[in-house]
Design a protein around this ligand. Structure first.
Ligand code: F6R
Ligand code: ZN
Length: 182
């Protein structure tokens, strides 16, 4: 375990940008190949994760902002990859700061729960629920996530099967429909 010095970070709620010094990960359509039902014909940025640096250990709380840009691949809204935690029982809190979206959560047995994301809403993601954030609006979807330091990421299960549902634009609004590939 590391004994850290207390510190503070500033989050701009509108943009989701942090200061100082986050670790930034950018996901483009090329790094999301196979996640959407249709193939993309550009390599646009889809989302970025801005992480506050602390050790990924059980006695720390990791946290980050995620900025999911507005956009679609075919009729499917831009979204995060989604994952289970590598340590499956680790839970997480999402606080939406700006924009609007849907948080899709699923158990390994296919049980699915979808919750709205909008500014001021806290979404609790208990352990064992895979989670994916979908931007259903026309502005960036920005949220702050706090998670147990050793939660880790299991992307493989989602990369193979996807989620039980997909979120698509039907007549100009979001619709949650069964995933034909699940
Ligand atoms: C961490 C967490 C979020 C996501 C981020 C990007 O446990 O849930 O910080 O990591 O929103 O989504 P993924 O990791 O699914 O690409
Ligand atoms: Zn997570």
């Amino acid at each position: 375990p590391h004994l850290l010095e207390p510190f503070s970070v500033h989050i701009d709620f509108e943009s989701g940008l942090l200061s100082p010094d986050p670790v930034v990960l950018v996901r483009r359509l090329s790094s999301l190949a196979g996640y959407f039902l249709q193939n993309a014909d550009t390599d646009s940025e889809v989302y970025s994760v801005h992480e506050i640096r602390v050790p990924a250990e059980r006695d720390h709380l990791l946290s980050s902002t995620t900025i999911v840009l507005p956009g679609k691949v075919g009729d499917e809204y831009y979204m995060t990859k989604g994952h289970f935690h590598a340590n499956r029982d680790r839970s997480e809190i999402y606080l939406t700061l700006s924009g609007e979206g849907l948080l899709v959560m699923a158990l390994e047995n296919g049980t699915t729960v979808t919750k709205e994301m909008r500014p001021g809403v806290v979404n609790y993601v208990p352990g064992h629920w895979a989670h994916r954030s979908v931007n259903t609006g026309s502005e960036p979807l920005v949220f702050y996530a706090v998670y147990i330091g050793d939660a880790g990421y299991d992307y493989a299960t989602i990369a193979e099967r996807g989620f039980p549902v997909v979120v698509v634009d039907r007549d100009g609004g979001p619709s949650v429909v069964p995933n034909p590939r699940y």
